[in-house]
Unconditional design. Structure first.
Length: 92
């Protein structure tokens, strides 16, 4: 009886640990959220993004794409013609 109880507890601990390990695994992330868009689109806006919204781009943190996009929209009139064209062609 005691052996069955100990075996059941051990089995539950092993199963619980395995289930926890599976649920705590992080989902895969995009390599870099700033790499949205084509290579040409990124090239057209890279200098403008750094110039007008550089304070939002931090090397050690995951960039807030929505904040950067909002910043770019707010500075739309200052952006290069190529970057404005990219923003005009992107879905809102």
């Amino acid at each position: 009886m005691l052996r069955t109880f100990v075996f059941t507890i051990a089995l539950l601990l092993i199963a619980g640990t395995a289930a926890l390990a599976q649920t705590s695994a992080k989902p895969p992330q995009a390599a870099n959220p700033l790499e949205l868009g084509t290579k040409e689109e990124r090239a057209a806006c890279a200098q403008d993004a750094v110039k007008y919204c550089g304070e939002l781009i931090k090397d050690d943190a995951q960039p807030d794409v929505f904040a950067i996009t909002s910043c770019m929209q707010a500075n739309r009139q200052k952006l290069s013609a190529a970057c404005r064209q990219v923003l005009d062609n992107r879905p809102q």
